[in-house]
Design a protein around this ligand. Structure first.
Ligand code: DQA
Length: 149
């Protein structure tokens, strides 16, 4: 099973960025934790991060061309206003799980709304880096059950 992990703007600054909210692990450390977990699950993972909306959309479209089986997407601040990323997820038939390190529903009011979640099969928020592992597990289960949840 092939899964791509896509992270949006400012997540390349994890470790430095508001550690009281996002923790002290760098994105590289989180990706290495995901990679180790994916190996135990026989999942082939690739990773992508960008600070640009267009590059994130290009990577989502590329996942379709690459016939990837699932996407784990942390759109970061784009979560709250990018209809373009919503449309990109909707354009492809790949099950996508939205992940947030922080508990977005327990933060500022502008973070409570996700314009992307309705294009995804589910949303995981508030479990830090573990959220990415939970998303992989969810994508595997959905696949094994043939899309039934
Ligand atoms: C985030 C939550 C967003 O509101 C924020 O803009 C981010 C990170 C998270 O992982 O908790 O950049 O997606």
């Amino acid at each position: 099973m092939k899964i791509v992990i896509i992270n949006g703007p400012n997540l390349n600054f994890l470790g430095t960025r508001e550690p009281e909210i996002y923790g002290t692990q760098t994105l590289e450390e989180i990706e290495s934790k995901i990679q180790k977990y994916a190996e135990t699950q026989e999942v082939d993972c690739s990773f992508f991060q960008s600070n640009s909306e267009g590059e994130l959309i290009d990577r989502i479209q590329q996942a379709h061309l690459d016939k990837v089986d699932g996407i784990v997407l942390n759109p970061a601040a784009y979560t709250h206003y990018s209809y373009a990323i919503h449309d990109a997820v909707k354009s492809i038939m790949i099950p996508t799980v939205e992940v947030h390190l922080s508990a977005i529903h327990a933060r500022e009011s502008f973070r409570k709304e996700s314009v992307i979640a309705s294009a995804c099969i589910g949303q995981i928020s508030g479990f830090g880096a573990t959220g990415y592992l939970l998303a992989i597990q969810a994508l595997k289960e959905v696949r094994n059950k043939g899309g039934e949840r």
